[in-house]
Structure formats: C-alpha cells, structure tokens
Ligand binder design. Sequence first.
Ligand code: IVH
Length: 682
Amino acid sequence: MTYLQLVNYVNKLSRQYHIDDNPTVPDHEYDTAYAQLKQMETEQPELVVPYSPTQRVGETPIGEFKKVKHTVPMLSLDNTFSVEDTVKFFERAAEKLGVLPEDLVIISEPKLDGLAIELRYENGILVTASTRGDGEAGEDVTHNIRTLPSVPLKLDTDNPPEVLEVRGEVFMPKAEFVRVNAELEAEGKKTFVNPRNAAAGTIRQMDSKVAAGRGLEFIPYGLGDMPGFFGYFPFVNSYQDIQACLVDLGFAAIPNQDTSICLFESMEINYNCHEEFRDLLPVETDGIVYKLANLEHQRQLGFTGRSPNWAVARKFPAEKATTKLLGVDWQVGRTGVITPVARLDPVFVGGVTVSNATLHNWDEIVRLGVHIGDHVYVQRAGDVIPQITGVSRPADTSITPTEVNGKRLALCADRPPINKPTECPCCKSAVKQITGQVAIRCTNSFSCSAQAVAKMQYYVSRDRMNIVGLGDSLIEKLYGLGRIKTISDIYLLNSIDIADVEGCSWKVADKIIKAIEASKQTKLHTFIAALGISDVGESTAKALVKHFGTLDNIRQAEWADFLTVEDVGTATATSLVEFFGNTANRLEIGAIIRAGVIWTEASADRPQPLKGQTWVITGTLSKPRDHFKDLLEGLGAKVAGSVSKKTNYVLAGEAAGSKLDTAKSLGVSVLTESEFEGMGLT
Ligand code: IVH
C-alpha cells in the first residue's frame, strides 16, 4: 500500500468502528495498520498529510483562541413549551408559504445537549472548527475538534466540493460523563455539573491531549456555507437528503428521527415517544427539534432575529425532585434586597446536584406554607437557579403529623417556621418593605458590607464591565483585606494587592490588572448598566443613552423626564431618581471617571437625522453588525430584526439572503455599505 492508501485505509477502519458501529476487521488489524502508518511517517516525515489519523492530537498546547467569523450566521432556535405552541408555529409557517398545514413535511429529532460547532472543509480537508459564539463569530477550537473520531479529517469522497461547512452538536455521552467525573474526583479535581458543561469545558482547553482523552462525539444537523453543494449533490431537496449526504461523507446520523409527523394528529404522540426514549439515549437531550424537511420551504421562510422560521425546539419540562429543607439563609443583594436561600439536603435534579435553591421572597414562603424540615419539591431547568415549587405534604404526614385539617401545628419541634428578618443579616440595620412591593430591604446603603461586595461583583461581571479574572470570591477576599471598599477602588488596585491574596500568583495578578485597564474603554450604556441601579439592565441603559445622550443629562433628569423614555415605568424612574439623587453615588461615579473610565457617548446635541426611521441590517458587512447597529441607533434610527412595510431602509452586505428578497418584494430601499457611507451620515 502507498502512504496515502494506508491513510485512507486506517481512516476507513476508524470510521467503521467509531461512526458506523460496524468494525469489519479485528482490533489488532487496525492497530497493526496504525503502527505501520506511524512508522512510515517517522521514516519519511515529508509525507505526512494533515488528515492522517496520527495527526488528531497536536504536540503543543495552543496559546489562545482565535476568533472565527461565520460566513453564514449561526442561528439558534426559538422554544415552545406545549404541543399547541408547536402546532401554531407550523400553522404560521404554512400560512406564509401558502400551503395547507397538514401538507407540511415535519421532521422531529432529539435536541442534543452539547454545544454547536461549525466544521469548515476546503477541498474535502477539515481546516477550521469553531464554536457558535454570538452567532456572527465564534472561537477557533480546531485543535480539540480534530481529536474527535466522529469528525472526519477528510471527507469520504474523491470529488469534494470546494467549500463545505457542516454544523452540528458536540456532546459528551452520559456514560463518558460519569467516567470523566469519577476520574476527576479521584485526582481531587473539580467535577463537571452536567454533560453539556463537561463538553464545553473540554472544548475550551488549550491542550488537545485533554480533549483526546474525553470521548466527545459530533453529530451534524445542518450546513453553513456550501457554495456548489447542490451542483455536487444535484438531487438534494430535503433535510433527509442532506443528512444522507453527510453520512456518505463520513459523519454519524442523528438517532431517533421521526419523519412521519402529521401536524394535527400525531404531534402529541410524537412528543410522548421522544420523552419516553429520552432516558434510553446514550446522550443527554433537553428537548425535541421540529424542522420542515423541504429545503425550498426553509429558504422561503428564512429567519427572524436569531432563529429560523422553519424550525423550532420543544423543551422538556423542568425536572423535579423532592428533598429536605435544612434551613434558610437570608442573602443581601447589591440593591439591599434580602432574599431567602434554601439550604437543602443535596439532591440530583436536572443533571446537577442541588444543595441551594431560591425561595424568592417572604410572600413566597407564606404562599408555600413551608417550614424548616419539610420535604420540598426542587425544580431546575436549563441554566436557571433551582427553585422550590411546593411542599410534599403526603410524604411529610407519613413521617410526623404536622398538620391538622390542613393547618400547621404551630409547635412542632422538628418543623420550626421560617422567621421573617427584622434586621439586616449582614450589618444588623433595620429593614423596610416598600408598600406594594414584596422585597424586604436593608436600609443601610452606605456601609452594609454585603451590599458593597455584591455591587462590585455585579459591576465586574461578564455581562457588565467584564473584568475577567476578578471573580466573586477574589472580590470578597480583597474587601475583607480592606483593599477595596467601593467600585472606584478597583481601579486603584495594583499587582501586589492581588498577588498576595490566597490562591493568586503574580501571573494571575498581572492578568487581572490588564483586564481592569482594558475595561476602562467602555460604552456609556454598559457603564450605566454596571452601576447596578434597581430595574436598570442593559436595554433600559441603552434606552436612557439614546434618549438623553450624555451621562450629565441622565444625572440631571427628573422623575417625569425618565417616564418619557421608552420602556421606563414609574418604579424604574423612582429608582433612577433615588440613585442619582444620592450624594455617595454621585461622588462614586466621579471617582470612577477620574480613575480613567471613558466612553464615546452619543451626544444629545448631535443631530439625529434618522429619528423615526426603522432600519434592518443583513448580510456580511466589513465590520460586525453591532458596529452598524450602534451607529444607526446613535443617529436616531430603530434597528429591527425583520423587514416589513414599515422598514425605511435595508443595509445589505455580502451574501444577504431572505431579508433582501423581502425588501425587494416590498419595494423597501436597499443600500450597500458604500452607498450608506456615501450618505455622509457617519
Ligand atoms: S438545528 C437554525 N437540530 O440547539 C439552527 N439544533 O437552541 C439549527 N441543537 O444552536 C439548529 N440538537 O446547538 C438543531 N437536532 C438539532 C439540535 C440542535 C441540539 C442545538 C444547537 C442550536 C441550539 C438551539
């Protein structure tokens, strides 16, 4: 056998073993062929091709993840939570297509609980593997993805399309998750909470040897960029056809697909079947994906915002378990709200072991009628905080009768009631409850340490100022050491302050100082949202900036002025007035600005030539879409996700799809990037 024949032979045996589950030769034959290949490569290193099976694991860890821009945006799916919602989704699709709903061909398949990955093949060779990221651009994780036996390094064809992007889910099978966690535990390392986190954590490793040792798998569910694909496969006109091609090219097939759904008659049966089979599948699933099979239908429907109009997910309901309520701690948040946190006898639910859950507020405790020592229902879905949804009374009374005629026995020693806090659990100040509000608050906003720490933790968090490395516990420790008291102190920290904190090093400290420095360049709405004002998240902050233009204008606005801002109601207006009316807050903002935090603000004095107009951005532009969105919003325009008769302009980049078609059919003006620049607005 020549070298390339041997490469192809070993790749074929590997595919039979890992993907088809159908080895045709005994294991030792594979081992011998592999060893022979390895020897040939050692003797003649100039022969080695990147798709040789010996090249899956890289020698040296990569330094950092590069950004990869997706040629075609990677969408996500809208969720439905009932059969009716799913049926409605497809009824709407049928109406838009002008066909009868019962004539739609709908396919269902499990929603694999891992992470979305795009594989780019050029002339049949895997060149890049990237994560979804924000849908526009993700991270280059090729080094890790190359180690997955179910990802072909070379497409199984002699006549590959020039470019083919395959999208699918990378996941850790349930059995592998148990094995990996047992291994981590034995090594005294932190275990993963569920298979999805395990897959994501593994893919984010710099060293490909880690991924190579953790049996991750890949299953495709769609294509990205695919110029010439239909020339290559002329008879492809359905989703199943694409999947058949992918299997031909060397990929695994998705399990448990159902192609015989009738919209009105069998949606319910289909759902029940998937739910019943859920536990039997070797991979964790969190729902079902329903898709229209007809590719022409998919093309005509296109997408809205970030999700397709031809596919939808139906999520499985949150898993529930019962466990014992051991106690309740009252936690003080950044705005002084005191929240009850239930301490539970650890219980495995929704893929993780839960030992804390939220009880929301005092009214909820009263509504549930829950006492310490009760058995309670715990629910956890997706990434949300576990919740207590009820008290398991039958189980209770069988152990100790705690109720008579539905009323609690007040003096049941092993079931004491939960006490409503009368003082702040942290600073012991008085608490208040604003009439009409459920929240109990600490009245001391100046020196309550719990609030101070929570404010800083919120400020630096990923969705706010994003100071990477300055985590919750480090903030607590720095506060405990008296090195930071308020947000502005963060900017006065130096490497020495951080390096001698337990668990830190010079390297870590330097990285954090760099991250603090980098965070100083920000946007005004990001800064306002990071201040942690009650009810003011990112979208309200954006609306405030859009309306007032500068921080000074916001600071000086009155209650009634705030009410004229889109989406600002009376409660938000009140908390804004209270926040900016507070001298300590004003001084703190001044100190942060003096420390060097700076933004490019859209001045209110700046003309807003596009005020009242609605724009839609589509296709690939020279800079990320957010750049143009910010620009247009700064000029007063509203930027919408889909084209309608009300759209004034569509800004269309390269490879614009259905939105451009809609614009043309509705007679909406379309501008290229250079035409837009030519308008002289920027
Ligand atoms: S189709 C247009 N099919 O779910 C988007 N997605 O919530 C096409 N996922 O980002 C996605 N299993 O990572 C599709 N059988 C399946 C899936 C699946 C899991 C993930 C995927 C996507 C996310 C959306």
